[in-house]
Design a protein around this ligand. Structure first.
Ligand code: DAT
Ligand code: MG
Length: 154
């Protein structure tokens, strides 16, 4: 549905490299609507919960440290629109940038799986989990009407 929502985050390397605007622009220009936005150094518990599925992987500790050590913050976002979960993943490109196509965010801006600059929810279930984890407070996700909508969605 056109009310579908996904969680997208610019990771610390993307913030440090001044790619926040570029990443927001790509979603805006595609026609998606920004309904949540925050900048934070995530608490370790939040990062562990966010990546809970990967807790047994050898890179887990390094991944959590990279996300939470405060050398740069994370920009968390909620984007809304038709098929935004799947399309967001396509816009990001493959997890490992050496397999990400040119024209995708990772394919255009990064080189290494451990510094792949963006996160995007990979399913309806993870989108719901991640949005409530990162934007669980009252009013943190905003329902608003875009005046462009009739020119973007029919
Ligand atoms: P994605 O971020 O595309 O959803 P994922 O959920 O499998 O990918 O993994 C989450 C993040 O963990 C990924 O963006 C980068 C890191 N990661 C995954 N596999 C890795 C590996 N083999 N070595 C180092 N970091 C890895
Ligand atoms: Mg993932």
């Amino acid at each position: 549905t056109s009310k579908e929502r996904t969680f997208i985050a610019v990771k610390p390397d993307g913030v440090q490299r001044n790619l926040v605007g570029e990443i927001i622009s790509r979603f805006e220009r595609r026609g998606y609507k920004l309904v949540g936005l925050k900048l934070l150094v995530p608490p370790v518990e939040l990062a562990k919960e966010h990546y809970a599925d990967l807790s047994s992987k050898p890179f887990f500790a390094g991944l959590v440290d990279y996300m939470t050590n405060g050398r740069a913050p994370v920009v968390g976002m909620v984007w809304e629109g038709p098929s935004v979960i799947k399309q967001g993943r396509i816009m990001l490109g493959a997890t490992d940038p050496k397999n990400s196509g040119t024209g995708t965010i990772r394919g255009d801006y990064c080189l290494s799986i451990g510094r792949n600059i963006v996160h995007g929810s990979d399913s309806a279930e993870s989108a719901q989990k991640e949005i409530s984890l990162w934007f669980g407070g009252k009013g943190e996700v905003v329902d608003w009407k875009s005046n462009n909508e009739e020119w973007v969605i029919s």
